[in-house]
Structure formats: structure tokens, C-alpha cells
Design a binder for this molecule. Structure first.
Ligand SMILES: [Zn+2]
Ligand SMILES: [Zn+2]
Length: 255
């Protein structure tokens, strides 16, 4: 069995003491590839994921400015996103989008930096990784207006209605630990109705560990718990879920 973890923050300092062991455990659990998200602590350092991808053969990278850090973006950092988008291990621009839960950056600035990075992704011909929190309507309307490519709705936590809108726009839905939480029936319903060729798996580690690890530091090896829950939700086998989500990852990124 092989699984792809499409969203890891292994640059986080919670992994400083045992990063190699975490990667070894991921491999042992069947994780074939990981996509390291390159937003880090925000500009000016946009190369956190590229450094991980250089160190670990099983790791790819993204590049981008998180909505939390939109206020830190400068013309120079946006130019740097364009340049780093061409790096051989960079698969996508992300995570980009809107976060109205924390509002760490003013909303108009979040919009501006999001739209700017959509243009960069289009120019680089790369898919995007979307982070959206309490901002569905604005995220979808900006995507409808400014985006005509592929992408991932990361850590999908919407309901069936949101899922259908994202699927209609051509997006893949990536399910993480939230899928295993007792109260997440709406997310499980979205996971049930999504076409098999549009589902992906992720941990978003170190955040959002799945049951039975909930509340602990998350790591890629725990993705098996989310995959198992997804197989139950979709009335299929763990092997079948691992296979189809791995195939989807390879097809989305032309690997
Ligand atoms: Zn996110
Ligand atoms: Zn993330």
C-alpha cells in the first residue's frame, strides 16, 4: 500500500528534534510522497519547503504566501514566488487563499495577495493549494473570476454544498484528520459524494491529528487513520482508497 500526504508542515520547529525519524516512520507506514508546504513563517523566507525537498527524496514542495502573512508580502517577495515556482521540485503554488477566522492580515490585502498569486500560478502553469477558513463565498468568487486551472481544496472542512461548488470549478478535495472527528458528519457527507478521481489525503501536520491521535502532534504516518476512515465513509477498502488517492496525486501533478 502506498499513500501520498499532500500537505505537510515538516519545517515546523515541533519536528526539529526528530524530523528524520518522522520521515522514516512515514515511509514505514506506506507514505510514498509528501508535499511540503512552503509558506513557513511568511516572507522573506519562502524556501522552507524547497530545503526539505532537497534533503528528502520522498518530498516535493510548494511555494507561496499564506493569507496569514499577506500583510508581509512585498513586490520583492511576490517576484520571488514567481522565480521559485520554476524550481524542479515545486509542484504547486500554495497554500494561498483567505482566512477570516484569524484575520491576521486585513481582508483587502488578503484578496490582493491571493489574486496576485493566482496570476503567478497561471503564468507558471502550476496547480494551486487553497486555504480557506470562514471565507467560502469570497474564495469561490475570486476563483471563478481569476482562476481557470487545477487545484486542491486543502483540509476540506466544508459541507456537501461547498464540495459541489469546488468540484464544479475543477478542484480536488483533500481530506485530513477532521474527517475522523465525531462531529464532522457534514465533511464525511462531502467525502461520500465526491467523485473518486477528485479525492486526496493529507495530514496538515503538525496540526489536526486524526482520531485516535487527536490533540497530539500530527505526523505523516498518522495519515493511515484518515485513509481508513475515508474508506469506511465511501464503503470501500483501505487499499482502494490508498490506490485511488495516489493515482489522483500523480495525475494532478503529471508525475
Ligand atoms: Zn491551511
Ligand atoms: Zn497548511
Amino acid at each position: 500500500m502506498t499513500i501520498v500526504d499532500t500537505h505537510v508542515h515538516l519545517d515546523d520547529d515541533q519536528f526539529d528534534l526528530d524530523r528524520d525519524a518522522v520521515v522514516d516512520r512515514a515511509r514505514a507506514a506506506g507514505v510514498e510522497f509528501m508535499m511540503a508546504i512552503g509558506t513557513g513563517g511568511g516572507p522573506p523566507d519562502l524556501e522552507t519547503a524547497i530545503r526539505l525537498a532537497a534533503r528528502y527524496p520522498s518530498m516535493f514542495a510548494t511555494i507561496g504566501i499564506h493569507p496569514h502573512d499577506a500583510a508581509k508580502a512585498t513586490p520583492e517577495s511576490l517576484a520571488q514566488v514567481s522565480v521559485l515556482a520554476e524550481h524542479s521540485k515545486v509542484l504547486a503554488i500554495g497554500e494561498i487563499g483567505l482566512d477570516y477566522h484569524y484575520d491576521f492580515s486585513p481582508r483587502d490585502v488578503q484578496h490582493d495577495i491571493f489574486v496576485h498569486q493566482l496570476a503567478i500560478a497561471a503564468a507558471a502553469d502550476k496547480p494551486i493549494v487553497i486555504h480557506t477558513r470562514e471565507a467560502w463565498d469570497d474564495t469561490l468568487s475570486l476563483l471563478r473570476e481569476h482562476w481557470h486551472g487545477a487545484g486542491i481544496m486543502h483540509c476540506f472542512t466544508g459541507d456537501e454544498h461547498h464540495a459541489r461548488q469546488a468540484l464544479d470549478l475543477g478542484f480536488h478535495l483533500s481530506f485530513g484528520g477532521v474527517l475522523t472527528f465525531p462531529k464532522a458528519d457534514a465533511v464525511r457527507q462531502a467525502a461520500r459524494i465526491a467523485p473518486a478521481d477528485r479525492i486526496l489525503l493529507e495530514t496538515d501536520c503538525p496540526y489536526l491529528a486524526p482520531v485516535p491521535h487527536r490533540g497530539k502532534r500530527n505526523e505523516p504516518a498518522f495519515i493511515v487513520e484518515t485513509a481508513r476512515r475515508l474508506s469506511e465513509v465511501r464503503a470501500t477498502t483501505l487499499d482502494a482508497i490508498a490506490t485511488v488517492t495516489t493515482e489522483n496525486f500523480h495525475r494532478l501533478f503529471h508525475l
